[in-house]
Write a protein that binds this ligand. Structure first.
Ligand code: MN
Length: 426
């Protein structure tokens, strides 16, 4: 850790104590000015977006690896992400300096400030990463056990392979959307267990999944696996992910090749990527792995992070959200390094911008379950909301909000918001 992690560090920009974006965070995203203008790479500080392209033009990144690369003028983070850890760290240090209360580079330069420091009200967040491939893991033991118990009974809750490798499927990158994008209720083929034949129509079991996604920085060549202890060199950062799921479609289609149409309707991500560098003070150990994983999956160091996660739900009849579940990223059984190492054991090449989602992150308690399927225990125990409404599955007009943050001393490293509203099928 270095001076950018100091909990006493303060910015000359006003930052509320409960803000997701204090000077210790320095997330990366892409924005455009509301009312029109070019897309630029930016960071967030309090309620402001700080345009890194204008800082670069003003010479703020002289002497760093990003100087002369024009990566902040790109409409996505990919070019910056491909530069690797040294460039990310240099950039973080420059931004941290410029925002520090005693630094006058930007603070006293009215012309540059006018150009580069944009109120979030006047900034349109754009899709931050060109995601080539999206893989969704299934790394929470509690989630896998809950779903297995509901679908197959307690004796067959975990499949025989589950404790030996991080299970995943190759997802669909084209339908990954940004925070705030609407979700259209999908149609599909379903068959109730007691029905004689399948039928086609609206999904009646729409669900969310509380997940986090990691984004690949520098990739690996085809045929060149990434070892578990090198994995973090390839991970740029993380965002919140809601893997919207049509459970009735899933239940009928998933055997033997896994999820397909139940999961490709839409996946929502939050707009800011939080770097591993920002998460460093919150590094911790994960659950004990028993049996011990095979050698290629063994980490030397702690490789997960203490990130509080919450699911909030608002129906059309409600003014405010209800908190319906609280979980933590560090509940995951398989960590990000193991996911990356396992993904590439065959020599499969990860590319800059690829997203690896964690799978639903459920905890040990009833109120830490990460999906409606689990919270209602297979649609049998309705969720009771504060205004008297109940939910078995999502209904049209329901909005789901995911939140995530690491709690520091007097500040928090937040992930911003990840929301989506379910609209009727078309
Ligand atoms: Mn999922």
């Amino acid at each position: 850790m270095d001076e950018t992690h100091d909990s006493k560090l303060k910015s000359w920009v006003d930052v509320a104590e409960d803000s997701d974006f204090p000077i210790q965070n320095i997330p990366f995203g892409v924005y455009s000015p509301k009312g029109g203008g070019d897309l630029h790479v930016a960071t967030a500080i309090g309620n402001y977006v700080l345009d890194l392209a204008y800082l670069d033009e003003a010479g703020c990144f002289e002497g760093t690896e990003v100087e002369g690369t024009e990566v902040f003028h790109e409409p996505t983070l990919n070019a910056f992400m491909s530069l690797g850890r040294k460039a990310w760290k240099d950039t973080r240090k420059v931004i941290s300096n410029i925002l520090s209360e005693n630094n006058d580079t930007l603070r006293d330069n009215e012309e540059l400030k006018e150009l580069a420091l944009v109120s979030m009200e006047n900034a349109e967040m754009e899709f931050p990463v060109d995601i080539g491939d999206y893989t969704d893991f299934y790394s929470s033991k509690e989630h896998a056990s809950n779903v297995g118990t509901i679908f197959r009974g307690p004796e067959n809750a975990l499949m025989p392979n589950w404790l030996h490798l991080p299970i995943a499927y190759h997802g669909r990158a084209s339908s990954v959307i940004l925070d705030g994008g609407d979700i259209i209720r999908p149609k599909g083929q379903t068959k109730a267990p007691d029905a004689a034949a399948p039928s086609f129509g609206d999904s009646k079991r729409m669900d969310f999944e509380l997940e986090m996604g990691l984004f690949i920085g520098p990739g690996n060549g085809l045929g060149e696996p990434i070892s578990v202890n090198d994995a973090e060199e390839h991970i740029f950062g993380m965002a919140l992910v809601n893997d919207w799921s049509a459970r009735d479609i899933q239940a009928w289609e998933y055997q033997p090749l896994g999820p397909f149409l139940a999961k490709n309707l839409a996946t929502t991500i939050s707009p800011w990527i939080i770097t591993l560098e920002a998460l460093e003070p919150f590094r911790c150990s994960g659950p004990k792995q028993e049996p011990e994983p095979l050698e290629y999956l063994r980490n030397k160091n702690d490789s997960t992070f203490d990130i509080n996660l919450e699911i909030h739900l608002k129906t059309e009849k409600m003014d405010d959200y209800d908190l319906i579940s609280s979980s933590n990223y560090n509940y995951l059984y398989w960590d990000m390094n193991q996911q990356v190492a396992h993904h590439t054991t065959t020599g499969c090449n990860l590319r800059t911008g690829d997203m690896l989602a964690s799978g639903t992150i459920s905890g040990p308690e009833k109120n830490s379950r990460g999906s409606m399927l689990e919270l209602t225990w297979g649609w049998s125990e309705p969720i009771k909301l504060s205004n008297g409404e109940e939910r078995i599955a999502l209904e049209d007009g329901d909005t789901v909000l995911l939140k995530g943050w690491c709690q520091g001393e007097g500040y928090r490293i937040g992930f911003g918001s990840c929301t989506g509203k379910l609209l009727p099928s078309t």
